[in-house]
Design a protein around this ligand. Sequence first.
Ligand code: A3P
Length: 258
Amino acid sequence: QTETAAPPRPELFDFHGVSMTHHFTDNWDNVQNFQAKPDDILIATYPKAGTTWVSHMLDLLYFGKSSPKRGDSLPICERVPFLEINNPVFAPARNAKDNVVSYFHFARMSNAQPEPGDWPSFLQRFQEGKMPWGSWYDHVKGWWEKKQAYPKLLYLHYEDLAEDMDREMDRVCSFLGLCPTEEERHQVKERVQFDAMKKNSMVNYSTFSLMDFKISPFMRKGKVGDWKNHFTVYQNEQFDKEYQKKMMNTTVRFLAEI
Ligand code: A3P
């Protein structure tokens, strides 16, 4: 990390009906014209739902055997690039309360995010969808609906990954038609554990100058239910009420504790 002054925070603006920042829209023509090959894999997540976790796991499952050092020597953003910055589909999703807490701490430490303001105002704007990548509610509902019509889409819940990685890795492998040996499976499982990823500079974003780890680390807690340390009783009641209204027209369900 250098001691130079941090660059200014980007402004949030409306981009085709979704709140965004310019970092992820400057390259939009290329995103629009992107032609996927039949065996491309797309990971579609709302920020802070486990993007890095699932990216690292898939990369290790695919390339861990032929290049065992890859996961410790190439940054995650080179192994699994962001489509916006420079296709079965994976859709990791996380319960709204932990997701907003994680997003808040991330927005505090990342200068690529607009100013987060204080926690109550951040929580309010999250519910209004005034965040980069817009509304969490529209995101999780939209991909859930797509899944019903599009069989080549695997919807992964963060909470399921945290509860039983063996089971979820089986789902991922059978979805992709991969048959790792017991030994390979075991190795990937070890390497995608929170503590291992927190230590691995190729996935923990410690090399990114736009992030200030003194404020909060990227691999922060990796827990289900940390929202309980942030929401007041009143905020929780108000959030649940709004949540019910916004999620009435969908069957997607999330566990906020396990
Ligand atoms: P917390 O801030 O709650 O700790 P993304 O990669 O989509 O930005 O998501 C980041 C969140 O996923 C952070 O959540 C991070 O700690 C968590 N995460 C990353 N790897 C993880 C792992 N191996 N196990 C559990 N959580 C993980």
